[in-house]
Design a protein around this ligand. Structure first.
Ligand code: DGJ
Length: 736
């Protein structure tokens, strides 16, 4: 029987059509493969030894341009042979490889040498499948390449197949390796912690390897599977950038290496730490997807390309639509009530929320089982009778009657030891037999890799969605793995939990979406612990951080948008002073900060004054009008809120250049310095744009309408009075 450890559902990327391809994808004479898309060309080929090596990745070349056959790099004295020095597309560990291998296996007889050579290829819709084979053993790897015609983002993954007569253990498996042209590079990557996600790190690529990874069984707050490499003087707006993002929500690793000959390569996929998948004869292992892109116009250009790709090719769409719909403005009760949810309390909040113009009311944690604190209840997904004596229906009906739809919090992969589920099935959690089960937030992780756990989780969610009119699930995940044993399996097979858990998660999400097509889902993991291009194929939005402080959020939102579109970046307005930093800010500032992403309200609105409610209502209405531009337009980071900047500003421009939205924020005015002149970007120079204020004022004398050239060259000046601490302003420009 042929068994595939593969991603559970059809890959959206496979549907890409290579309409961007102008050159032949294979030059048989030179044994060169070529893929074109957007402004990008990617070329690789078979060298005389039979290895598959990268030849070119950069700006789009002429359709008639041709390459000679790839040539191996010479050895470097007797210490580094040509296999090591040649930019392999997907190197097996063996043959004297010291660079990061893409694949490492142990055969049944103890042989660990794997040298992959070109075997065959197929031109498929949107790209190529290239088959490599070990020089001796029946070990095959199919490298999948799909080029997005519009953005030039290359979609790469691998399928590893054992056709030996005995089992093989895969100990390391990357999705792809990317080689870059020689140069002086700066590496950008995102790190963080709970309540402090999305810090952009920028550092020179020096000799050796920089590893960014998660060993946590999930994507993690601590590092995110995205990188961007800038060459030379490249900055936010100028210069070449190569970037990539892994689509995987389990343990992952990206290694950026500059080797002894100054070659730079990036290898990423499953984290090899504690990894091991036994492939029996004829079994296959499919890796996660590694997406790679190139831009000529700096980090800003790279993120615009990536956002566009995510919107069009990654995020779920309604049938017939090319873009996901902008997110409903939500109200979420978490910061107002925490777990003290009741029918009357939620209904009162719903009335207040509806009056503000909110579209969706979301009840957070606390509605189920014996959930009074975080010590109990996870796993028992029945409605708590004390809090909701008549079930959820009265609340849902009330919310609908107020003109909103209804969303609910769940944390499906977790269990509290104090729960009926755990008492019944203590064997369902990740653990090593006879060893402690480390709790975090008093909870354990269900082993979703198990078929019965998968069935249970799908079953309760399906029932919940079938029995209640629920439009949205906030899917939370509040701890990382420990003791990740699967003690029902033979010892050698237990490590496949790293693959099967995530595969089952994706499978459940896909099945739920199929069976309940109207339901939307948010990926939350105590904030931004599970944000990546893998989960994004199944969810509509993410929760970037539990930290809702509006000033901290400006920095996080800046970092977040290097990798991810503002469309999915939920941002709630919460109470002031803020619970985390004890910072006091105006409601206008908080609203504007959250309006940079997908707006939500998370404050205790039962305590708001009539004036506060009126301000929120006015700004929610303004947001509704500008939302599509803000979350789906081309984002320009005019002034980044980094390195202690006193100011920050962003601009988003609709794809048709028909309109733009500008946000400006002051952290702290110092020495009487006014807000810097904002030279806008991305407008149509010849078109006329009218300026209207969402909040704040432009400088006296600013024209009510002017050309795109004016706004881009002369610039937008702020009112002289726009000074102080924690102040914000927002403007719209509409083409006339
Ligand atoms: C963590 C989430 O990030 C919060 O928004 C909230 O849903 C809590 N979990 C509930 O336990």
């Amino acid at each position: 029987m042929l068994k595939t450890f593969s991603l559970a559902v059809a890959l959206l990327s496979v549907q890409l059509v290579a309409v961007g391809q102008t050159a032949e994808p294979f030059d048989a004479g030179a044994k060169v493969f070529r893929l074109d898309g957007g402004g990008v060309t990617y070329v690789f080929g078979v060298n005389p030894k039979g290895e598959l090596q990268q030849i070119y990745w950069g700006g789009r070349l002429g359709a008639a341009d041709r390459f000679e056959q790839a040539q191996v790099k010479p050895e470097w004295a007797s210490f580094d042979n040509s296999y090591n020095n040649t930019p392999q597309e997907y190197a097996g560990w063996g043959g004297g490889l010291f660079a990061e291998p893409a694949l490492k296996v142990t055969f049944a007889d103890g042989n660990r040498d794997l040298v992959l050579h070109y075997e065959s290829h197929a031109v498929v819709p949107g790209g190529l499948d290239v088959v490599l084979k070990d020089i001796g053993r029946e070990m095959y790897v199919t490298l999948h390449y799909r080029m997005d015609a519009e953005t030039g983002i290359l979609v790469r993954w691998a399928t590893i197949e054992n056709r030996e007569a005995q089992a093989v253990t895969v100990e390391q498996a990357a999705a792809a390796a990317w080689s870059l042209p020689a140069g002086k590079y700066t590496l950008n990557y995102l790190t963080g912690r709970w309540a402090g996600e999305w810090t952009l790190n920028q550092e020179p690529v020096l000799g050796g390897a920089r590893v960014i990874e998660s060993r946590r069984g999930t994507t993690g707050h601590q590092a995110n599977p995205w990188f961007a490499l800038q060459v030379g003087e490249s900055d936010e707006n100028h210069g070449e950038v190569w970037f990539g993002a892994l689509g995987w929500s389990g343990s992952w690793r990206i290694t950026v290496e500059k080797d002894q000959l100054d070659a730079v390569r990036v290898t990423g996929g499953f984290n090899p730490f504690d990894f091991g998948v036994v492939l029996k004869p004829d079994e296959k292992l499919e890796t996660p997807i590694f997406y790679g892109g190139y831009a000529k116009d700096g980090l800003g250009g790279a993120s615009r390309v990536l956002h566009s790709f995510e919107l069009k090719e990654i995020l779920p769409h309604a049938p017939g639509k090319t873009l996901p719909r902008p997110r409903p403005v939500i109200y979420n009760s978490w910061e107002a009530t925490e777990m003290n949810v009741t029918e009357a309390g939620q209904e009162a909040l719903a009335e207040k929320a509806a009056a503000l113009g909110v579209d969706r009311f979301v009840m957070d944690d606390g509605w189920f089982g014996q959930r009074k604190t975080d010590h109990a209840g996870l796993g028992d997904w029945y409605v708590n009778q004390e809090k909701f004596p008549h079930g959820l229906k009265p609340l849902i009906d009330k919310v609908h009657g107020l003109g909103m739809d209804f969303g609910l919090w769940v944390e499906p992969e977790m269990v509290n030891p104090d729960s009926d589920l755990y008492r019944k099935h203590p064997e369902w959690v990740l653990n090593f037999a006879g060893r402690p089960r480390t709790e975090q937030r008093n909870q354990l992780v269900l082993n979703l890799a198990r078929a019965d756990v998968r069935e249970y989780v799908f079953g309760f969610l399906d029932k919940l969605l079938t029995e209640n009119d629920i439009a949205f699930l906030k899917w939370d995940y509040n701890r990382n793995w420990s003791e990740p044993g699967w003690d029902q399996l033979p010892a050698a097979e237990q490590k496949k939990v790293y693959v099967e858990f995530t595969r089952n998660l994706y499978g459940i999400l896909a099945e739920l979406r199929q069976k309940h097509p109207g339901v939307e889902i948010e990926s939350c993991s105590g904030g931004g612990g599970r944000v990546d291009l893998g989960i994004m194929r199944y969810v509509d939005e993410v929760w970037p951080s539990d930290n809702t402080d509006p000033f901290d959020r400006l920095g996080m939102q800046d970092g977040f948008t290097y990798a991810y579109t503002p469309q999915i970046m939920m941002a709630w307005v919460t109470d002031s002073p803020h619970w985390l930093n004890h910072r006091t800010t105006s409601l206008e500032y908080r609203m504007l900060s959250s309006m940079q992403g997908s707006l939500g309200i998370g404050a205790d609105i039962s305590k708001w004054t009539a004036e506060e409610a009126a301000t929120a209502k006015r700004l929610i209405a303004a947001y509704h009008q500008a939302q599509a531009t803000i979350v789906q337009g081309d984002l320009y980071r005019l002034i980044a809120p980094r390195e202690g900047s006193a100011f920050s500003a962003t601009e988003t421009v609709r794809a048709d250049k028909g309109g733009a939205v500008v946000f400006a924020f002051i952290h702290s005015t110092q020495e009487g310095r006014g807000f810097p002149l904002l030279k806008l970007k991305g407008l149509d120079a010849a078109a006329e744009y009218a300026l209207t204020a969402i909040e704040g004022k432009a400088k006296a004398g600013t024209p009510a309408r002017a050309s795109g050239a004016w706004w881009m060259n002369h610039g937008l000046e702020m009112d002289e009075e726009f000074r102080g601490d924690f102040r914000g302003a927002g403007f719209r420009l509409e083409r006339q």
